[in-house]
Design a protein around this ligand. Structure first.
Ligand SMILES: Nc1ncnc2c1ncn2[C@@H]1O[C@H](COP(=O)(O)OP(=O)(O)O)[C@@H](O)[C@H]1O
Ligand SMILES: [Mg+2]
Length: 434
């Protein structure tokens, strides 16, 4: 407000006198419904909006009681509100249902204002009301919207749940299929292994069989001659020859067969009774070398070991023994010519949570086309000198299955061969003593 309309001090009364008509105008055409009632709730005044909203003309309601008219659900005002309290000077604000002339209802925001005289006695009560039908509708719409949104969210959630379940099931099926594949693969390689073993054992057993039937035939022949008294000295000598030769063949071939069976058993990592224990790796390697002394003594190779002598493993010592024994035997068998002096190196180091175990020789090396196959069962380039082709397969199984590690081979023809094993220490629970 500005200029002469400032409501201040004596100016107010002056302004009121001058502009009382303006005030009346303001009330009459106020966008809110305004009802003025006296202390007994008899309507004294209603403005123009009242008429347009309710359909009641002013002369139809003035002089009548709010209660009697049922204009408002007055009980809902008077109850939470209490007419006495209004008359005592309290204001009240709230929502209630108003009634139109045609009997229909509509929601209104109501402000009940007691009007007091100079002695502060409430002489009349003003109701200032605003139609809130639209707001209510909007609220209702919002509620409905929230409702449908909630419903849709629920629907989506259950859809997602369903597809999630489907995904899980698919995953499970894939997992099962993979397990089956792994199982099939294992069975296939087992079948391959058995076929190989049968094939390998067939030769020495076949030779032994031939030798024994030959021996039996010779024994029958000589027995026949002896019975008839026809046996000559040379017959006996020939027979003894056959006996010696046959028994030599029998022994060497049965040896070979049992050796094959022994290796075959190892393929399955049959180490029952051999559990985990704590051991110093460096010291244990020395023990392994000691057990190989008889074999190494026949050669002029030098064996070097490098690695922290304080490193303690909690693992399967037997596994380490089998691995190194196989690798050393291979070097002796495949890497050097007779009488050649080589150098074998065993070294290990710790890198974060892994143990790296390296075995190296400076021998002939492995041809590139063979490298791929050396870990396959029965791959050997040295069958004539007794190779079974199982050694590196066994090593591979021990490293991957028992020690949960990996083994790789690098080799260059003429330079030598290196096997690198990476063994997780979590599996072996390494601890280091000082
Ligand atoms: N240190 C090595 N130097 C050269 N060749 C090797 C060495 N170790 C393994 N090999 C090759 O790998 C093949 C497979 O080895 P292995 O599985 O132990 O079978 P086997 O010793 O019975 O032949 C050997 O026949 C040989 O050709
Ligand atoms: Mg071998």
């Amino acid at each position: 407000m500005s200029g002469k309309h400032v409501l201040r001090g004596a100016g107010l009364a002056e302004w009121l006198n001058e502009d009382i008509r303006r005030l009346a105008y303001l009330i009459e055409y106020n966008p809110n419904t305004i009802i003025i009632a006296d202390r007994s709730a008899t309507i004294e005044y209603v403005n123009a909006v009242f008429t347009s909203h309710t359909g009641f003309r002013a002369d139809e309601v003035v002089g009548r009681s709010l209660d009697e008219l049922g204009l408002d659900d007055l009980s809902s005002i008077t109850k939470p509100y209490r007419w006495q309290n209004i008359l005592a000077g309290d204001v009240w604000e709230g929502e209630l249902a108003s009634i139109k002339k045609d009997g229909s209802q509509f929601p209104e925001q109501v402000f009940v204002l007691p009007i007091a005289d100079e002695a502060e006695r409430v002489t009349s009560v003003a109701f200032i009301k605003r139609d809130i039908t639209e707001r209510k509708l909007a609220e209702h719409g919002l509620l409905e919207l929230t409702d449908t949104l909630e419903k849709r969210v629920l629907e989506r959630t259950s859809e997602l749940d369903a597809s999630n379940r489907e995904l899980k099931e698919t995953l499970q099926r894939l997992q099962n299929m993979q397990d089956q594949l792994v199982q099939a693969e294992k069975l296939a390689s087992l079948g391959e292994l058995i076929a190989g073993v049968a094939h390998e054992i067939n030769t020495p057993v076949g030779i032994a069989y031939t030798a024994s039937t030959h021996l039996r035939q010779s024994a029958r022949d000589i027995a026949g001659r002896y019975d008839k008294g026809e046996m000559k000295r040379s017959d006996l000598e020939d027979f003894l020859e056959v006996c010696l030769e046959s028994s030599r063949l029998l022994i060497s071939n049965l040896d070979r067969a049992s050796e094959l069976i022994r290796s075959f058993k190892q393929v399955a990592i049959d180490q029952s009774g051999e559990g985990m224990r704590r051991f110093y790796l460096r010291e244990y390697i020395a023990e392994i070398l000691l057990s190989l002394r008889p074999m190494l003594k026949k050669t002029c190779h030098e064996v070097a070991v490098a690695g922290d002598k304080d490193l303690v493993l909690h693992s399967y010592p037997g596994a380490f023994s089998q691995i190194l024994t196989n690798l050393i035997t291979n070097s002796l068998l495949h890497a050097y010519d007779e009488g050649q002096a080589g150098r074998l190196e065993i070294s290990f180091r710790r890198e974060e949570s892994d143990l790296y175990l390296l075995f190296r020789d400076n021998g002939k090396g492995i041809a590139a086309e063979n490298i791929e196959q050396i870990f396959h069962p029965f791959f050997t380039t040295n069958r004539e000198r007794g190779g079974s082709g199982l050694g590196l397969h066994i090593v591979h199984n021990i490293v991957s299955q028992r020690l949960h590690g990996t083994i790789t081979c690098q080799s260059e023809v003429g330079k030598g061969t290196t096997f690198t094993m990476k063994l997780p220490l979590i599996e072996t629970q390494e601890t280091s003593d000082e």
